[in-house]
Write a protein that binds this ligand. Structure first.
Ligand SMILES: [Zn+2]
Length: 76
């Protein structure tokens, strides 16, 4: 399949790291997706999007524990 964004790249199955926003927190996880070899645009299946929704829910309800890998800072 060709990428619909750049129209030149080939889209191939590969694991992609995604960031799920939960309030002020960002949860990083890796999912299977199809991504463009040229521009990096990622395409997710309905199943994967559902999986991310579940993850967001579980994290918000503290049903899963995640390791902190950084801090978000803000300046005025
Ligand atoms: Zn592309």
């Amino acid at each position: 399949m060709k990428c619909v964004i750049c129209k030149t790249g080939e889209v191939t199955k590969s694991p992609v790291q995604v960031e799920v926003k939960v309030g002020y927190d960002h949860l990083l996880t890796t999912v299977d997706a199809e991504s463009c070899v040229e521009c990096g645009e990622a395409y997710y299946s309905i199943e994967t999007l559902k999986q991310l929704d579940r993850l967001r829910d579980e994290f918000a309800r503290k049903q899963i524990t995640a390791r902190s890998v950084g801090t978000v800072y803000q300046v005025p």
